[in-house]
Design a protein. Structure first.
Lengths: 659, 154
């Protein structure tokens, strides 16, 4: 079930007592209702979550000993069923499977992408702790709380019947009291158990839960029994000691992006990714294409991924988080800081799995204590409604023509489009897919009456396949996605467009709009730099824009042979030409990140206000809708919250190494 | 408007000249000589003695360096207001690159010995001119660093 406080309150008065020897009745009742039962069981020296057939499968009389990098099971002196804390298995394994087929594509007699219908038979989770309920709620917000949703997750989550257990013991790695998630359970369950001597105080939290409880051999609990249940949980809270000072930790972390501790902890971290795999809230994924040899049919599989993986943030031009310290900082700051910005809660629930299962004993609590600090809340741009939004779902478009721009870059004109693509805005992008190739994000470089243009540089398998298509070929599209250029903010001002290299395509639609509306601006200028004259894109457009007199076009190249009579020098040298009052400039900048940084510095030094500079960021994107985690940059997903950002909104995240 | 007034008016519209004091603008205008260059005319060759410093007033120059087997490579263009032959403010130096006019161009050219003598005896001139020369050199350094990064490659 998905959290419902009203159901929780309605069931609060119906506590009863279930004897330990009658726990099998609960298992039978759940299974008889047609649900598969998953719960704790001992396997390979740990308590994991797996299928439960009978009460004998449960870890009766076991306790665990946990500390940083340490986990041991041992026999306890009692016959408690839940006398341990959480093991290595997070419940997300069942609501958000490690491997999932999200699409099948084919191009034999037909061409298309098929999205599997979510298959989620009824299931019951037995032994869900307070921190784990909190983790499910966290993933509910991630997958179901935003504009884009994960329907497979919704189906699995809705099919789950939750039998929660209040903790009556804790490990040294537990810190739910610091995160405000436990040990008491507050809602989100169908049935709640609290173990006491001889059995359980049990209460239903939903109608479905009440129906199951009604079938059990329960009796009214005594005051002593209900009191013992409260006392046992309270004892756990007391035993965990003083909570950590978590208030404001997100802001404190943001002020410590250059703390030397990042490098120190990275020296210990082996980047195994255990922390993210064991974490009940981590949700990053990658997709893998599994194709037959002739490429005519393939399967797209989503797999758990980890931000500790080398290459997780890699793009054609390099890796944005190349160093281990970058990747550790990314993980920790996301969990405790930027998660708040994205989802309104912490990404950590205090279960302690990342501490126990870290082979080098890194303890996030120690790291948080050693690293401190804040940034203001973030205003989010508004994006337009896309079509075929979920991964694996594509709208088919036809390639009308292909124009070569440079040796490795071509512009595809796409027609037979869903009208939504034609309503896209300059700066937005689409995810483009071909069967057997992973989808890639491509900016929409021009909007025509019945077509859009995509300018693509061949840097990987998909982009190479795309630039080698022929007219008549079909492609899959999702979008339009992301934010767009706020052209209206430049009305009455000097509109300055700064483009470097293949940074021009995301700006081309904007330049078209600026030219078409040039009388709304004080002036319109384009500064465009490329590597060599041969690398210049849209030579015809550059000439036509210049000829229109609606925009001043200045181009430069980084280097040239003796035949080139134009400007030579990096694009920032063009700023020397600016003679206007720069406080009245609104700038739009795209290019390689280092070029954008130099351009932004140049514009700021000229007096252009930081809230009048807009940039488009590039990051590794796989899903395009903020669900896979690849493109995270501080508190934002570049795909969903960007790619167009106001410079001041990026703050310290702009051009910071390792973000 | 006489020739010197026209030079000063042009200087005032450039990033290099606008921040010079009026006295410095006048002094430079009188120290220098206006020269016209045809397109493709070689003004200075890499390795030659740096005998003159110029302030480009109109047109465009290319700073080129010779790369074996690649021929001359343009590493920077000089736009109106920028200087060329700046090595001439130092005694006994060689030109760092070949300067070629890529368009019909006009420049205020100051002979190096004359310029250095004037800077030595007129401290106000030196205090006004040196920061701008340094700014021009720093600008080229920044530009060259970014070019070295080859940002658009890969």
């Amino acid at each position: 079930m998905i959290t419902s406080p009203a159901q929780d309150q309605a069931a609060a008065a119906s506590q009863c007592f279930l004897a330990r020897e009658d726990l099998g009745a609960l298992i039978d009742a759940v299974r008889d209702s047609g649900r598969r039962l998953v719960g704790p069981t001992v396997r390979e020296g740990a308590i994991v979550y797996d299928e439960i057939q009978t009460a004998a499968d449960l870890p009766v009389g076991w306790r665990d000993e946990q500390s940083a990098g340490h986990y041991r099971l041992e026999r306890s002196t009692d016959d408690r069923v839940f006398g341990y804390t959480v093991g290595p298995t997070p419940w997300k394994r069942f609501t958000f499977p490690p491997n999932l087929t999200i699409a099948r594509a084919h191009r034999t007699n037909t061409f298309g992408f098929d999205q599997p219908v979510p298959d989620a038979p009824p299931v019951a989770f037995l032994g869900v702790r307070a921190c784990e309920l909190a983790a499910l709620a966290v993933q509910d917000r991630v997958f179901l709380g935003g504009q884009f949703t994960d329907e497979d997750y919704r189906a699995r989550r809705s099919a789950a019947f939750i039998i929660a257990v209040q903790c009556t013991t804790s490990s040294s790695t537990c810190f739910c009291t610091s995160m405000g998630t436990g040990p008491e359970v507050h809602g989100g369950y169908d049935i709640l158990l609290t173990e006491i001597d001889g059995g359980f105080v049990i209460q239903a939290g939903s109608t479905a839960g009440a129906a199951v409880v009604a079938k059990l051999p329960t009796r009214r609990p005594s005051h002593a029994e209900t009191g013992a249940a409260v006392d046992n949980v309270e004892a756990v809270r007391t035993g965990m000691g003083e909570p950590l000072p978590m208030a404001g930790v997100g802001d404190r972390l943001k002020l410590q992006l250059d703390h030397p501790r990042w490098a120190q902890v990275a020296e210990r971290c082996v980047e195994c990714g255990n922390c993210t795999m064991a974490c009940p809230t981590c949700f990053c994924t990658s997709v893998v294409e599994r194709s037959d040899l002739d490429g005519k049919s393939c399967t797209t599989e989503r797999q758990w991924d980890t931000c500790f993986d080398v290459g997780f943030a890699k793009v054609a031009g390099g890796d944005f988080r190349a160093r281990p310290r970058d990747r550790y900082r990314q993980w920790l700051t996301h969990k405790f800081s930027t998660w708040w910005d994205q989802f309104g809660s912490s990404g950590c629930v205090g279960c302690g799995r990342c501490i126990t299962w870290c082979p080098v004993r890194i303890d996030v609590r120690e790291e948080l204590s050693a690293i401190a600090p804040p940034v203001a809340p973030i205003a989010r741009p508004v994006a337009v409604e896309p079509v075929a939004a979920s991964p694996g779902s594509y709208s088919i478009a036809r390639v009308a023509s292909i124009r070569s721009e440079t040796g490795d870059t071509a512009t595809l004109t796409l027609t037979d489009l869903d009208p939504a693509f034609l309503a896209g805005r300059p700066g937005q992008f689409v995810m483009v897919a071909l069967p057997a190739f992973p989808a890639v994000p491509i900016s929409m470089s021009r909007f025509r009456a019945n077509a859009i243009e995509l300018t693509i540089r061949a840097v990987g398998p998909t982009s190479t396949a795309l630039v080698n298509l022929h007219p008549g070929a079909r492609v899959g599209l999702r979008g339009p996605l992301g934010t767009f250029w706020p052209m209206q903010e430049a009305y009455g001002r000097h509109a300055v467009v700064v483009a470097g290299g293949v940074g021009l395509p995301p700006l081309r639609g904007l330049v078209d709009a600026l030219v078409a509306n040039h009388d709304r601006f004080e002036s319109v200028s384009l500064f465009y730099g490329s590597r060599t004259p041969e690398d210049q894109l849209y030579c015809d457009d550059l000439e036509a824009w210049s000829a229109s007199k609606a925009i001043d076009v200045t181009v430069t190249v980084d280097r040239a042979g003796p035949d080139w009579k134009g400007r030579v020098g990096v694009v920032t040298t063009l700023f020397d030409m600016i003679s206007w009052d720069c406080t009245k400039v609104t700038a739009f900048v795209v290019g390689p990140e280092r070029m954008m940084q130099a351009s932004v510095q140049g514009l700021l030094s000229k007096g252009v206000p930081g809230d009048r500079i807009h940039v488009s960021m590039e990051r590794h994107m796989e899903c395009g809708i903020g669900l896979c985690g690849h493109c995270q940059m501080g508190g934002r997903f570049v795909c969903k919250d960007g790619p167009v950002f106001r410079l001041n909104d990026l703050g310290a995240m702009f051009n910071r190494e390792g973000i | 408007m006489d020739e010197y007034a026209a030079v000063i008016a042009t200087l005032n519209h450039t990033w290099f000249g606008a921040e010079l004091s009026p006295e410095t603008q006048q002094r430079l205008a009188r120290l220098g000589e206006l020269q016209d260059f045809e397109a493709d005319e070689v003004i200075l060759r890499e390795g030659d003695d740096a005998r003159e410093m110029g302030i480009l007033l109109s047109g465009r120059l290319a700073l080129q360096t010779l790369v074996p087997e690649r021929g001359p490579v343009t590493i920077l263009s000089v736009e109106p207001g920028d200087i060329f032959g700046w090595s001439a403010v130092l005694a006994d130096t060689k030109a760092q690159s070949t300067v070629v006019a890529t368009q019909v161009s006009k420049a205020l050219v100051i002979e190096g010995t004359t310029l250095r003598a004037a800077l030595k005896e007129d401290h106000a001139l030196a205090a006004s001119l040196y920061p701008q020369v340094l700014k021009a050199v720093a600008r080229r350094l920044r530009s060259t660093r970014l070019q070295l990064l080859d940002l658009f490659a890969g």
